[in-house]
Ligand binder design. Structure first.
Ligand code: FES
Length: 375
């Protein structure tokens, strides 16, 4: 989306690998009149609809089931924040207010989201069972969605994550594309990754339901790759009901400090909540859905972020949930910002894998510079 003036949404700064684009000083003195839910109000001129709503006292949240206005990505990717403005649905997080704009919050929103083209994937994600990996051909087809609630400076998929200009798709359109790709690549596994797929709840549930409707054979596997930070029991139940069969949550540390370092989340309370949700997701899926939903856990590792003691703590916590759970320790290195961090060597990754094995985990893979090793 192109605008004449900076509106301070900061989506450009988030998306810039060099932190190079600085927003202009926002004029908070000039005001414009707008109408929100029929009420005439004055708000600063060069701000987003989201910020205008916040100025007016609306509370905002990053969790989908809270009673507040939901803004999880704030960069225009997830389409969760659509509002009606002058009769058109726009993303409130990146759309400026305009003089006399009429904003309605109660209208039924279209359900859509920016999604990449499906691709064949020869390795799959962390939620792909180890025994189907390494066949030398595609093992699943995957799409990646725009928008994430985290701000990992080393993000390994920043081009998709911060995409905001591409045409969004309905869940049905995306499911059809994935189903066609399944045939093209002759696979049974269909995956969605990101960005963060869970942000737009309605979109994701309808996507899985439609995929299941088109692919109603027993071989079809529907795989969610997720940071698991906004999942809870209710949401997981809905996903399973919608057809999800495989899940790959990431555990970005045992400690909140580590999570904050990896994800760029600076609010400690929020970081604790996000990290706790990701651990609880693993526990709940194992306890409630063992045998029905396959779970593979990803642990991003780089000595820059965590030491071996914390890795061992992660291993011990996972053993207490299920010693047989599949765990993939990922050689985590920067692709976006923080380019000074070195990629872990093969030796470092084998040592990291050994730490997890020593904790008693039975199924540990390591992603290394020469490919996956183990279990
Ligand atoms: S919060 Fe506005 S598009 Fe994601």
């Amino acid at each position: 989306m192109e605008f004449e003036r900076c509106i301070g949404c900061e989506a450009c700064r988030e998306a810039c690998p060099n932190d190079a684009i600085q927003c202009e000083e926002i004029d908070k003195v000039d005001t414009v009149k707008i109408f929100v839910e029929g009420m005439e109000v004055e708000v600063p001129r060069d701000i987003t609809i989201k910020d205008a709503l916040q100025c007016l006292g609306y509370s905002l949240t990053v969790f989908p089931f809270e009673k507040a206005m939901y803004f999880p990505c704030r960069t225009g990717g997830c389409y969760s924040c659509l509002v009606s403005a002058d009769g058109r649905f726009v993303r409130a997080c990146i759309t400026p207010v305009r003089k006399d704009m009429v904003i309605r919050l109660d209208e039924e929103k279209p359900v859509k989201r920016i999604v990449s083209e499906p691709e064949g994937h020869s390795v799959g994600g962390v939620g792909t069972p180890w025994w189907v990996k390494g066949k030398g051909r595609a093992v699943e087809v995957a799409v990646w969605v725009a928008g994430c609630n985290l701000r990992c400076p080393q993000c390994q998929n920043h081009n998709v994550t911060y995409e905001s200009k591409a045409k969004p798709l309905t869940p049905e359109e995306a499911a059809l594309k994935v189903s066609v790709a399944r045939k093209k690549f002759s696979v049974d596994r269909m995956a969605i990754s990101g960005g963060e797929p869970t942000l737009n709840v309605k979109w994701l549930l309808r996507f899985f339901k439609e995929l299941r409707k088109i692919n109603n054979d027993r071989k079809a596997r529907l795989h969610l790759d997720t940071n698991a930070t906004i999942l809870d029991k209710h949401y997981i139940d809905l996903l399973v009901e919608a057809g999800m069969t495989d899940i790959g949550p990431d555990l970005k540390g045992a400690k909140a400090e580590t999570f904050m370092k990896i994800t760029g989340i600076t609010d400690r309370n929020l970081a604790e909540k996000y990290l706790n949700n990701s651990w609880e997701t693993v526990k709940y899926v194992v306890d409630r859905y063992q045998g029905k939903v396959f779970i593979g856990v990803g642990v991003p590792y780089n000595s820059f972020f965590m030491d071996k003691h914390e890795l061992r703590e992660i291993g011990d916590k996972l053993v207490s949930i299920d010693e047989k759970i599949q765990v993939c320790v990922l050689d985590y290195y920067p692709v976006f910002k923080r380019r000074n961090i070195l990629r872990p060597t093969l030796k470092e990754m084998m040592e990291a894998r050994d730490v997890l094995l020593e904790s008693g985990l039975k199924t540990v893979l390591a992603q290394t510079p020469i490919g996956h090793i183990g279990p």
